[in-house]
Write a protein that binds this ligand. Structure first.
Ligand code: SAH
Length: 242
């Protein structure tokens, strides 16, 4: 039931944490683990902390960038303990589980991204996320151990997956949501068009593009809607060139 959720760990330093994550996932019936540039992997520490879940370590996908890891995902959560200066839309682990377990087409791939033990996720990595995911806890001591954070989130997904009734599976949008890769191509196209029509200044483009991403991230575009927007961009570029 949770086969469409993928856990992504970014640049994990301690291999024991990777093993702890594998164990936490398997306890909750999840098996898709992806590691972006792990510092030390494979490792005996990871295998021993995984206990009976070393099969997840053997099948883990290894990527060289978060961008690659997300290419096939349509909905992306970035787990963070910290307040950010830019406010991304935020959900708690429970709200994420209630909203997304079974509410999207079953082939919608949902990524949950977890950051480095010492410094979390960087803003440019959160730019690739649709939502911030927060585990509510003591505001004066809010940073959980990485494997513990994954455990809490997977537990909420597991509980929500048991509670979803068949009736809630009825009102689905059958058109697949756009993948991260398709959205990235769209943002490149939009940025280029906005530069071509002199709407964007190259120096201001980072902050404007970040705000535009937030708008589109809020609405989960499907592939047909994305085709229309790409068509509008092509049209305005052609018009501008006339
Ligand atoms: N010191 C880091 C936190 C590292 S904890 C920082 O300042 O950001 C490692 C990872 O566990 C975080 O990047 C985040 O993905 C997850 N995590 C820890 N506590 C969390 C919380 N309260 N809510 C959501 N994710 C959390």
């Amino acid at each position: 039931m949770l086969a469409n959720f993928k856990i992504i760990l970014v640049e994990t330093s301690h291999p024991g944490n990777i093993g702890g994550v594998a164990r936490a996932m398997k306890n909750m019936g999840m098996d898709q683990l992806c590691l972006v540039n792990p510092k030390i992997f494979p490792s005996a520490d990871a295998t021993s902390r995984a206990s009976g879940a070393s099969d997840l370590l053997n099948t883990a996908e290894i990527c060289h960038s978060l961008h690659d890891a997300l290419a096939d995902c349509q909905v992306v959560f970035g787990a963070s303990a910290r307040d950010r200066t830019i406010s991304w839309p935020e959900l708690t682990a429970r709200e994420c589980a209630e909203k997304f377990v079974s509410s999207e087409p079953s082939d919608t791939k949902i990524a949950l991204v977890f950051g480095r033990e010492n410094s979390g996720l960087k803003n440019h990595e959160l730019d690739l996320c649709h939502y911030l995911l927060r585990i509510p806890c003591n505001p004066a001591f809010s940073s959980l151990n990485l494997a513990t954070a994954v455990q809490v989130v997977c537990y909420e997904l597991f509980v929500a997956s048991g509670q979803k009734s068949e009736s809630s599976i009825g009102d689905k949008n059958e058109t697949p949501l756009a993948s991260t890769q398709q959205m990235e191509l769209f943002y490149e196209h939009m940025q280029q068009t906005l530069l071509d029509i002199d709407f964007l200044h190259p120096e201001k483009s980072i902050s404007i593009m970040r705000r535009l991403r937030r708008i589109y991230n809020r609405i989960s575009l499907d592939t047909k809607e994305l085709d229309i927007l790409r068509g509008i961009l092509r049209f305005s570029q052609n018009h501008n060139n006339k």
